[in-house]
Design a binder for this molecule. Sequence first.
Ligand code: NAD
Ligand code: ZN
Ligand code: ZN
Length: 344
Amino acid sequence: MSQTMKAAVLYAVGEPLRIEQVPIPEPGPGEILIRIAACGVCHSDLHAMDGDWSDLPTLPLIPGHEITGHVAAHGSGVTEPALGTAVGMPWMYSACGTCEFCLGGMETICARRESTGYSKQGGYAEYMIAPAAFVSNIPDGTDLYALAPILCAGVTTYRGLMRSHARPGQWVAVMGIGGLGHVAVQYAIAMGFRVAAIDVGADKLELARGYGAEVLINALDNPVETVKQQIPGGVHAVLVTATANAAFEQSVKMLRPGGTVVFIGLPGGDADTVRASISSISGWELTITGSNIGTRQDLNEAIAFVARGQVKAQVSLEQLDNINDIFDRMRKGQLVGRTILKIS
Ligand code: NAD
Ligand code: ZN
Ligand code: ZN
């Protein structure tokens, strides 16, 4: 094994990534070294690079948190997963394991959690370190390139749909049919919901139609009125995975009485605040909630949908050297499905 690896590194927010050779990290106690096969390019990585969120990333940073690969080395005290096993590494790098949230099945909101490709080094590289207890096992025979988006887009929207408390047969609107939204539509259909897909891109709405979305709405075309015309009374739930602030304010107005909107997209900066009608929320008993990635158990469940063939991300494979160009296209909304870095 050579002692250096290729990686894409962020040195300052607002700058492009630099492709360079860096030392291969060594796993410490309780850690493994992953030889990375694939890493998805999530919009959260673009927010990290642009410094959109108040809590800034640790620099210099190797971004990337939709990782699949194989165990290449063990740190001391680690025997599992065995060398050579296929594993996945999500945004949740670690959590304390002892606080009230970790113990209550809500490790996603542990105050001492660490984030892959944000507070810890991520997957835009040939190798990375991960705590052995936080990698997910992958069923035999799984396509590691097609699975990568499930490590963030999949688990996040699967948990978001559960947090919407929608029931089979009810209407769920998915706002934003990007990397997250295109798998959200598939999870929603697999969970028995009826789907309205909303995006500004016609190609993205077509993708949603192919998965079984019954109502397709262009977000530039009065989406609130259009939803209410096509689904009288409004939708039971909305999952907002869009990156534009407008979508969040619109989402609350699409709800049926008693409905729930789940905020997932994270526009950040000045776009981080919404205005919503207090009297509507009170009078119609609406719920506005959030969903933050997913627990290890959520991830196992999200992967199981893929293993059963009910969810399949649409992936475009690209080289690590193209990363800055991929982000240019993401900014313009030109990526359809999920773009995956094919690393090995
Ligand atoms: P993406 O760029 O692949 O997709 C965003 C989609 O939103 C695009 O299809 C775009 O056309 C669409 N869009 C833009 N403006 C819109 C509007 N006004 N109405 C409807 N759709 C609109 O991004 P992604 O990787 O899917 O990530 C989406 C967001 O989710 C990002 O903000 C990301 O940081 C966030 N995210 C949150 C979590 C979490 O745990 N809460 C996890 C992962 C990602
Ligand atoms: Zn992500
Ligand atoms: Zn904790």
